[in-house]
Design a protein around this ligand. Structure first.
Ligand code: ZN
Length: 435
């Protein structure tokens, strides 16, 4: 048993459903009690401290705000080295930067080193759960899950399925993609806190046979995820129309192969028609809102109000390396601006929800993660309210929790993450040298 004393803030529900005031819980001087990697209790320090059994260690976090670990609903671990690559939009960006970087993952040693860097970087940014693209190589998935397992993180990943319109060294075929996925599912899915995602890159790089087999995998193993891209870029959408002329729209390609449903996560969803929004909502699918990527690649503006109006589950994604930051605080900074441009306002408590409980709900993991209710995995972040002179100065002048939280999401990034805990263990501390 171990207790952490600090200001504590977490979401209890979607502000859209219950109103802002009922959507969160805040303890100005709070205590978070951890036992066996789970949250045992959360409450006011004054009332909980006297009840602690003798010998429980209490760690005091000064000038800090503890929030749940961030949830990233869309990111590519093999694209770390192409982050901040100049001058292209999606399809040319894939050809020029991404495919050459992904080809290097045929080498297991390279994959291991990259997985290690990637997970350390997520933790440095306070992210404790992510839905992650690997590459077409099964060894890229083994490397990723081995490292995630060593750290006991709740992570979701899968081998990319890509059997056409890609370089030779990055293509599988329908049968090998299916067989390799099966082997990986049996090796990793449900092991510790790991989950497997069937991962066709996007409709243009899979044949109908491959999409058919992706659907078969989902039906063969319970609890699998489906992770792909949808309607990010206009040229991409035109290409899908050419490749699948018999389908009504982009989402209908995936729908036809029975790839929609609970635990199906579609990245982007920017240029959707009403029918696509409706199908996403009624099927229980989720969409990952990736603001830094959508702006960086010039893809377009995500319409949160419209998707939520159709009952679609929405999570927040960084989409590194199309995205420009691992920090979900920075995703929220850009999300705020993307919505401003469309006359929508992202309330700071809703923002926190998207980065934590909303992401967990999009991934159907809200029974385990997303907030700090007792029984949940003890995945949390200690944010430093004095991380930079500017942040300290701005937060000192904040007159309300709302104002403070807003400034944190706009000005904060990895510098504001003092420490990150997963399953109760400290896996990153800013002032501790990296191993
Ligand atoms: Zn992506």
């Amino acid at each position: 048993m171990h207790a952490h004393r600090a200001a504590l803030l977490h979401c209890l529900a979607d502000p859209r459903a219950v109103g802002i005031e009922c959507s969160y819980q805040y303890f100005e001087d709070g205590l978070l009690l951890i036992e066996d990697g789970k949250v045992a209790q959360i409450g006011d320090a004054a009332s909980l401290l006297p009840t602690l059994p003798a010998g429980v260690k209490v760690t005091e976090h000064r000038d800090a705000l503890i929030v749940p670990g961030f949830v990233d609903t869309h990111i590519h671990y093999p694209q770390v080295d192409v982050i901040a690559s100049y001058g292209t939009q999606l399809l040319e960006w894939l050809e020029t930067y991404t495919f050459p970087a992904e080809a290097r993952f045929a080498d297991p040693a390279h994959a291991r080193a990259q997985a290690r860097f990637f997970l350390a970087e997520l933790l440095r940014n306070g992210t404790t759960t992510a839905l992650v693209f690997a590459t077409v190589h099964p060894q890229s998935v083994d490397a990723f899950f081995a490292e995630a397992s060593r750290l006991d993180l709740r992570m979701i990943a899968g081998k990319v399925l890509m059997d056409r319109n890609a370089p030779d060294d990055l293509r599988d075929d329908a049968a090998s993609g299916y067989d390799e996925s099966k082997t990986l599912i049996e090796r990793w899915h449900g092991k510790g806190r790991l989950h497997y995602a069937v991962t066709p890159r996007f409709a243009p790089t899979s044949t109908p046979e491959q999409l058919e087999l992706a659907g078969r995998l989902l039906r063969e193993y319970p609890g699998l995820y489906l992770h792909t891209h949808l309607s990010e870029n206009r040229a991409e959408i035109e290409w899908v129309k050419e490749l699948f002329p018999e389908r009504q729209h982009y989402l209908d390609v995936y729908d036809h192969y029975r790839l929609l449903g609970a635990r199906s996560v579609f990245a982007h969803g920017i240029h959707l028609c009403d029918d696509e929004c409706r199908r996403l909502g009624e099927s229980g699918s989720a969409v990952a809102f990736c603001p830094t990527s959508n702006l960086f690649l010039g893809s377009g503006l995500f319409d949160l109000a419209r998707l939520e109006g159709h009952g679609v589950r929405v999570g927040l994604g960084t989409d590194v390396g199309g995205g420009t930051s691992f920090s979900q605080l920075q995703s929220l900074n850009e999300a705020y601006k993307v919505l401003q441009l469309q006359g929508q306002q992202l309330d700071p408590f809703k923002a926190l929800y998207l980065a934590t409980l909303g992401g967990a709900r999009a991934l159907y993991l809200d029974a385990h993660i997303g907030n700090l209710q007792s029984g949940k995995d003890a995945d949390f972040v200690v944010l430093d309210c004095k991380a930079t002179p500017l942040l300290a100065r701005r937060l000192e002048q904040a007159r309300s929790l709302k104002e403070k939280l807003f400034a944190l999401t706009i000005l904060g990034d990895d510098r504001a993450v003092r420490e990150t805990f997963a399953a109760g263990r400290s896996l990153h501390r800013r002032d501790r040298p990296q191993p």
